[in-house]
Design a protein. Structure first.
Length: 229
């Protein structure tokens, strides 16, 4: 007996339902009586609910299973559909291409939000509030940079970049920034997992071992009894 290969079989439109379901759909299409086709289609839907794993996801949306039935029938199925008959053009319509926002970021290591904050800070009329906003932005810039880079960012670079982003409208004294540590990070890096503690504990254990080793040796009275006894 010559085996039947999948390459010689009729193609499966929706592979998740399997070949047997596809054959049943093809058979329903050949039934001449519409009422009988509708009855068989309804029975097939109930059978799919019990057998097909994909039907578990469609239990909350029964219309999806009827839509899949029409897809497997290549939309050539004349039955009394309890739902709106699907349209081929709608189901196979390609989604619109989502446009990716094309924003030119001057300094990518700071991010776009830093530029937005600079624009808002420039709008402040009070010089003190503008300076406080510039200091806060400097802290953010230092924090964001250190999150992606191992080396630290010098305060002079931050002061310079703030001036560039604000077009010279936000100015800070570099000496004041350094003396008062105004650009301190908003959060501190967590301490490494107890290397110092381990070293300290290890040193204490070594010291204890040395102390024990330096203790005078206690003679065993059983081993050192006099021979004459």
């Amino acid at each position: 007996m010559i085996g039947e290969y999948n390459t010689s079989r009729e193609g499966i439109i929706l592979k998740e339902y399997g070949r047997n379901v596809q054959k049943l759909v093809n058979y329903i299409r050949t039934v001449p009586d519409k009422n009988k086709r509708t009855e068989l289609a309804t029975t097939l839907i109930e059978l799919i609910k019990q057998l097909a794993p994909v039907a578990k996801e469609a239990q909350e949306n029964p219309q999806r299973m009827w839509d899949d039935l029409y897809i497997m029938a290549d939309f050539n199925l004349d039955v009394d559909n309890p739902f709106t008959t699907p349209d081929r053009t709608i189901l196979f319509k390609k989604p619109r291409k989502m446009e990716y926002p094309q924003n030119n970021v001057r300094f990518r290591h700071y991010g776009k939000n830093i530029e937005r904050l600079v624009k808002e800070a420039v709008k402040k009329e009070d010089p003190k509030e503008r300076e406080e906003a510039a200091i806060y932005i400097g802290k953010l810039m230092k924090t964001f940079f250190s999150a992606w880079n191992k080396e630290n960012l010098d305060d002079s670079v931050i002061v310079k970049d703030i001036g560039i982003l604000s077009q010279g409208k936000l100015t800070l004294s570099l000496d004041k920034v350094r003396e008062e540590n105004l650009f301190e990070k908003l959060y501190r890096e967590p301490r490494k997992s107890g290397n110092n503690n381990n070293r300290q504990q290890g040193g204490e254990r070594s010291e204890n071992r040395n102390q024990r080793s330096n203790r005078p040796f206690k003679k065993n009275r059983h081993q050192h009894r006099r021979r004459d006894q």
